[in-house]
Structure formats: structure tokens, C-alpha cells
Design a protein around this ligand. Structure first.
Ligand code: ARG
Length: 716
């Protein structure tokens, strides 16, 4: 599952806990004390040190974070070959594509030799180690401190630790992350490799087979994989892209199992889950299902309709917006699924009884009462005020206003200001100039203008008027509420919607003039309003929420002292273990745990935008040319299910068997348990993965890139 992108900083709400079997995104360095015995019971053959070790190479050394954590990848050869999902490589593939011959999105791409591999435009990071810094961070903090005092101290200490561990020259960085809602802190030390190259990808008809119809659903038949290679300098150290660079020699690469999977087999997944909200309380759940998610679905749908209108006009437009479209549509469907799942499974009611149980426990002794007695009411209080302002935040920085591309582009120009010296200004302008081509390559002005009108209209209609910026209300009045007219006027004049105008401006920067640009002004009114009004009001609710959440988790751990707890996902490396498993999605309906090539052919619809396939692919499939990759049942297995606990950010994560061998690549969750980020459903929640043998079949038999398979360590 790919991580949802949030463009501006936002406040994270909610938290998580180990509650039931199979639930849990575990910190890899704590496996021994928390989960190892259970993993052994389920069949794991590795020692804890083979899984995570700081001094010797271990499994964790084969796992990479893509960019800042939008996805996960795994190293599968001694020459730095990296496997991830097609939808994780999608943006890179789209950026490298041009119409016709080099439309790699449509046609696929396979580098014949290393010199043909193409700069991917994202970096990967290896986790070196994790250290507990809780006592350094929390020393001397008291319950009587205000949130501002408290978080000020915490921020200061976090930055100091990060600085202490970082070594820029060696591409080493450190991140201190908050766990259990502020009860624990760990520092993560990474080494980042900036030179990553595209090695190969199937055409999107295979990599995205089933499109939006099948997205987030089982049974699935998607070849959702793409391959990259990590490059290093001649000493095997990270280096910026250079022709001199050579394939990176990893500390560990995952052997690839050709043995396939059976129901009940042990399966674990390592990766970078982005965020979960497992202990969101009932009022938070109700707000999500009644207010927030329906609005996000509506706004996204409108954006998608406008994108579709332009994308169907020609190949150039389709290519330009393919990646943007995928980004919006993925969570358009997810938010629908979440809403449906949360309601059907009565999650709010369930949360409510958990809160009541906590309250009873918390008020049973005077000591508990003193610390935890008002946690639940504090929680409700915080949420009630948060929810009053939350939709402003959602509309401005997560969905509507931020969805106007030219507005976001103008925001980048905020780095230019009148107080700069000429030299500083020239340097900043050069920086912006170098990105002009990239921005306009995938931009359609008319489309963006329509999006602008639609987004501003939604914002104006849906957000209470007294929460809108005063100067925006004036603008609306000036155009008598005609948003099409408003957008047309802005797009006619602005320098942020036209490449020549942008370049002309950057060649002769005039900050005063820029500040009068209608798009810049629109951006500034929303950003200022967000910073000066929305954020402070949200911070106010956080005064009670921060404390409520921290104490709730602390109390729950005390209340269930014999339970192992895992913290909510926060884009740090986690391990989830479980088994290969089928499920029953509804009364009288059983879903098998794997799909086969027969199902791909059943779904195949020539010419369809979601279910078409390349001719050669169909021939090979029909003639059952499965090479060495068929299962012992004679079929080519395509995808499989396991009951691992993953979320967005885990996309591309390796699924690993009891021996530590790669059996698949995780890429999605299932419709019946879309509520999983808020509540784990052991009976229903499944991870959907591509069977590694299908991946190898596509590479070797379909694409004829068998030399890549030869690079791998195959376990037969
Ligand atoms: N649902 C998948 C995830 O979040 C993304 C699949 C991309 N495919 C698609 N048809 N949009 O990781």
C-alpha cells in the first residue's frame, strides 16, 4: 500500500496498540523480548540476530526506505538490485516516459545492460540502527507543564540528538521518532543512497492490471512490481548520480524462494508503514465516517473527473496526468472503503466500550484516578474543539486548496523575498529555474484552471464562512460567487501558470511584482490564514488531546500489563508476522488464498483501459508457457494473501518465509477490512502480495530479461 502524500505539515491524531493475535507492526530491534516466541510457534527458523543485528549483517540490511518513506523496497542481488511495486515506481516511470517509443508506462522497459539503466529521481535509505532515547528526551518533563513548554523542550532535545548522530559527508542522517503518543522515543540512523536507477518495469497493463476497479480488492491479478538498482561510488559509499558509480554491494540481499506458499505457512513482512490510528476514540471514528472521509471522497472525485476529461483527449495528456491521477484515486477509493468498513464493523461502538472499560479501571483506585481519571473526558473535550477546525485544515492543506497545482507552485516561490541581497536572490531564482521544465512537463493549464474553480467552490460552500479568510470572501464577492470567472481571471494574469511567463520572471526577479500576482495573492491568503488562524486553533485542542492520548496509552499498557504492545505506524521500519491465510468476506462466500494466470485471462478485456493485456502476454498465458515458474499444482500463481498487519508505506515490502527467503511483494489491503488503519480485524484483514514466481515469469518469460533472474540467489 502506497503512502498517502500530505504536502504540508499536519497534526497527527490517534495511536495504536497490540491488542489481538496477528495485529502489530513491531520494531525490529525489540523482536526478541516481544514477539519471537510467537514467531517460532508459527514456524520461523531464523534467530533474532539473523533478523536484526547491528554488528553483523542481518535481514534488515536488505530492506530500504524509498525517498522519505513513500514506499518500501528490498535488495535481491549482490549487485544492488532492488524490487518494489509498480505503483511505487510509477512516478519515476512516468517521469522517464515520453510519447511513443519511450512511453515506458504503456510499453514497459527493460535495461539490456547496466549502462541502459535510467536515473530514477528518488533516493533509498538503509537503516543502520535504532537506539532508545526516551530518558534523554523526557528527563525532567512534568504533567504540570503546558504543551508549549513540553513540546519546546522535546523539540530542542530531538534536534540536538539528530545533529549529534548525523554525518552529512557520509550521507548519514538521524531521525528521532515519537512512539506510544509521547511515552517513548527512538532515534533511527540511516544511510541514504541518492543514485538509484530504473532497471525494468512491466507495462502498466500488467503492473496495474485491474486498475481502480480491482484496487484495494481481492481476488487480485496484478503484476504490481518494478525493479531498480542502487549505485555507490567505487568504495561502495553513497554518492550523487555519476557515470563513475558502480552497483552497490549490499550487506545482505534476500534469497528468492521458488517453492511457493501453502496455507498456514509462516510469513513476515518488513517495511515502512506510514501511519495508523489504532486508538482513535469513538468520537474520532464518528467524525471520520460522518464528516471527514465523505468530504475527501467528494473533492477527490471532482478532481478525478476533471483529470479524466483531459486525459481521454490524447496520449500526451494521459501521460502527463497518469501519476497525479493514480495519487488522487488511490485514496479516493480507500476513504470510501474505510467509511464503509468502519460503519459495517461498528468500530465506533466497539471503541466506546473500550473507553468505558478504561474509565472503570482508571477510577478504581485513588492513585489511578489522580493520573487517569479524566483522560477520557479530556479526550472528548479535545476532539470536540479539534473537529470544529479540522475541516479547514483538510480543505486547505490536504485536499482542495492544495489541489490547485499553480497555487502550490506559487508557494515554492515564497523562498524569494525583498530582504534578500541580490546574490541571494539570484541563487534562489536559479534554484527555481532549474525546476521550471520539470514542473511544466506534466502540467495542463486549462485542467488546473478547472480544478482551481472547483476546489475554491467546494471550500467556500463547505467551510463555515466565519472560518474563511476575509480577503477570500472579498474576492468571492467581487466575482459574485462565480468561481469559473474568478479562476479564468487569475489564470489569465498569473505568472505561475505559463512557462514563458515564469521564466521571464525568474530572469528578472521582482519580488514586489510577484506579491501582486493573483495566484500568489490567493496562495498567500490561504497560507497566512492557515498559519495564523487554523494552526493555532488546532494547537489549542492539542493542549488536552496530547495529554489525553499519552496518558491513555500509558494507562492501557498498565491496565493490560501482560500484553505486548506495538506503537502506531510512523514511517519507521516495522516487522509484522503471521501466516498465509484465506478468508470469508461475507456469509457463504469463501476466498481462496491465491490467484492464478487463469484468473488473469478470465478478467482480460481487449481494449479496456483497466483489463487489457499485451498480445504477447496473452499468447504466453493461453499456451501456458510458464517456464520454471509454475507451482507444483501446475498453475502459475499470481497473487496471494497473508494475515500480516500493513498499511500505506508498506507498498513494495518483501514477504519473507520461515527461512528468510523472499516469497512475494506486498502491495495492497482488502476491501472488507479497509478500516484497518483504525481497527485491526483478525478475521478479515489480509495483505495482498504478488507471488515472486509471477514477478520472475514476467521478467524472464514475458520480457526476456532472464539475465536479471540470474543475478538473484534462487532457492529451488
Ligand atoms: N492500493 C494500492 C496501495 O495503496 C495502490 C495500488 C495502485 N493501483 C491502482 N489501481 N491505483 O498501495
Amino acid at each position: 500500500m502506497k503512502r498517502i502524500y500530505l504536502v504540508l505539515a499536519l497534526l497527527v491524531v490517534g495511536f495504536g496498540i497490540k491488542a489481538k493475535a496477528d495485529e502489530g507492526m513491531w520494531l525490529p530491534h525489540l523482536i526478541q523480548g516481544q514477539t519471537y516466541d510467537e514467531m517460532v510457534r508459527l514456524g520461523v527458523k531464523l534467530t533474532p540476530e539473523q533478523i536484526y543485528d547491528v554488528n553483523n549483517s542481518s535481514l534488515k540490511d536488505a530492506i530500504v526506505r524509498l525517498g522519505g518513506g513513500f514506499c518500501t523496497g528490498e535488495i535481491i542481488s549482490s549487485q544492488g538490485l532492488m524490487l518494489t511495486n509498480h505503483h511505487c515506481g510509477f512516478n519515476a516511470i512516468q517521469s522517464l516516459s515520453t510519447e511513443g517509443e519511450k512511453n515506458y508506462l504503456e510499453r514497459g522497459f527493460w535495461a539490456k545492460e547496466k549502462k541502459d539503466e535510467l536515473a530514477a529521481g528518488f533516493s533509498v535509505s538503509f537503516l543502520q540502527r535504532i537506539e532508545d532515547v526516551t530518558s534523554e528526551i523526557t528527563e525532567g518533563l512534568t504533567e504540570s507543564m503546558t504543551l508549549k513548554e513540553r513540546s519546546g523542550k522535546i523539540q530542542e532535545r530531538m534536534s540536538a540528538i539528530q545533529k549529534e548522530y548525523a554525518d552529512e559527508k557520509a550521507h548519514i542522517s538521524a531521525q528521532v521518532k515519537v512512539f506510544f503518543e509521547g511515552n517513548n522515543y527512538y532515534v533511527f540512523i540511516y544511510q541514504t543512497f541518492p543514485d538509484v536507477r530504473l532497471v525494468g518495469t512491466p507495462p502498466q497493463s500488467v503492473g496495474k492490471f485491474g486498475g481502480e476497479t480491482d484496487n484495494w480488492m481481492w481476488p487480485r491479478h496484478t503484476g504490481d512490481f518494478s525493479m531498480f538498482r542502487v549505485y555507490a561510488d567505487e568504495d561502495n559509499n553513497p554518492a550523487e548520480y555519476s557515470d563513475e558509480n558502480v552497483p552497490y554491494t549490499p550487506k545482505h540481499h534476500l534469497p528468492v524462494s521458488m517453492k511457493g506458499v501453502q496455507e498456514g505457512d509462516f510469513a513476515m513482512i518488513f517495511g515502512y508503514p506510514g501511519s495508523t490510528d489504532r486508538y482513535l476514540t469513538s468520537c474520532g471514528v464518528n467524525f471520520a465516517t460522518e464528516t471527514e472521509f465523505p468530504a475527501r471522497v467528494k473533492v477527490r472525485r471532482e478532481k478525478l473527473d476533471i483529470y479524466e476529461k483531459y486525459m481521454t483527449m490524447n496520449e500526451a495528456n494521459k501521460l502527463k496526468y497518469a501519476s497525479k491521477y493514480a495519487g488522487v484515486s488511490n485514496y479516493w477509493k480507500n476513504f470510501m472503503g474505510q467509511t464503509r468498513g468502519l460503519k459495517r464493523l461498528n468500530i465506533a461502538d466497539r471503541k466506546k466500550s473500550e473507553e468505558e472499560a478504561f474509565n472503570t479501571w482508571a477510577n478504581a483506585t485513588p492513585e489511578r484516578k489522580a493520573l487517569y481519571g479524566n483522560v477520557i473526558s479530556l479526550y472528548e473535550e479535545g476532539f470536540n474543539t479539534l473537529h470544529k477546525n479540522k475541516m479547514s485544515q483538510v480543505y486547505i492543506v490536504e485536499e482542495a486548496v492544495i489541489g490547485i497545482e499553480a497555487l502550490l507552485y506559487a508557494y515554492r516561490f515564497g523562498s524569494l523575498n525583498a530582504e534578500m541581497t541580490d546574490d541571494e536572490l539570484a541563487a534562489a531564482a536559479d534554484g527555481l529555474k532549474s525546476k521550471v521544465d520539470g514542473h511544466y512537463k506534466d502540467y495542463i493549464k486549462d485542467l488546473d484552471q478547472e480544478v482551481c474553480a472547483a476546489m475554491l467552490r467546494y471550500y467556500h460552500n463547505d467551510i463555515p464562512k466565519d472560518q474563511q479568510p476575509a480577503d477570500f470572501l472579498k474576492l468571492v464577492a467581487k466575482y459574485k460567487g462565480d468561481f469559473d470567472k474568478m479562476a479564468a481571471a487569475i489564470y489569465k494574469k498569473s505568472i505561475f501558470v505559463d512557462k514563458d511567463k515564469t521564466l521571464a520572471f525568474l530572469n528578472k526577479v521582482n519580488v514586489k511584482k510577484m506579491k501582486k500576482d493573483p495566484m500568489y495573492k490567493l496562495m498567500a491568503m490561504f497560507i497566512n490564514h492557515y498559519r495564523q488562524v487554523v494552526v493555532p486553533s488546532i494547537m489549542e485542542s492539542n493542549e488536552s488531546l496530547e495529554k489525553a492520548k499519552r496518558l491513555y496509552v500509558k494507562g492501557l499498557k498498565e491496565m493490560n500489563a501482560d500484553k505486548a504492545y506495538s506503537s502506531d505506524a510512523n514511517s519507521t521500519m516495522r516487522m509484522t508476522y503471521g501466516s498465509i491465510k484465506d478468508y470469508f468476506p461475507a456469509d457463504a462466500v469463501h476466498y481462496e488464498y491465491f490467484t492464478t494466470m487463469n484468473g488473469v485471462l478470465e478478467k482480460y478485456v481487449p481494449g479496456d483501459i483497466e483489463f487489457d493485456l499485451p498480445e504477447r502476454f496473452v499468447e504466453l498465458a493461453k499456451s501456458r508457457t510458464y517456464g520454471n515458474y509454475a507451482d507444483k499444482d501446475g498453475e502459475l500463481h499470481v497473487c496471494f494473501l497473508s494475515n500480516n498487519d500493513i498499511t500505506g508505506g508498506n507498498s513494495g515490502s518483501p514477504v519473507i518465509n520461515a527461512e528468510g527467503h523472499l516469497i512475494g511483494t506486498a502491495f495492497d489491503g482488502n476491501w472488507e477490512a479497509m478500516s484497518g488503519d483504525i481497527a485491526f480485524e483478525p478475521e478479515l484483514q489480509r495483505t495482498i502480495s504478488v507471488d515472486i514466481r509471477y514477478t520472475l515469469w514476467v521478467i524472464d518469460v514475458y520480457a526476456g530479461a532472464g539475465h536479471l533472474v540470474e543475478e538473484m540467489t534462487l532457492i529451488k
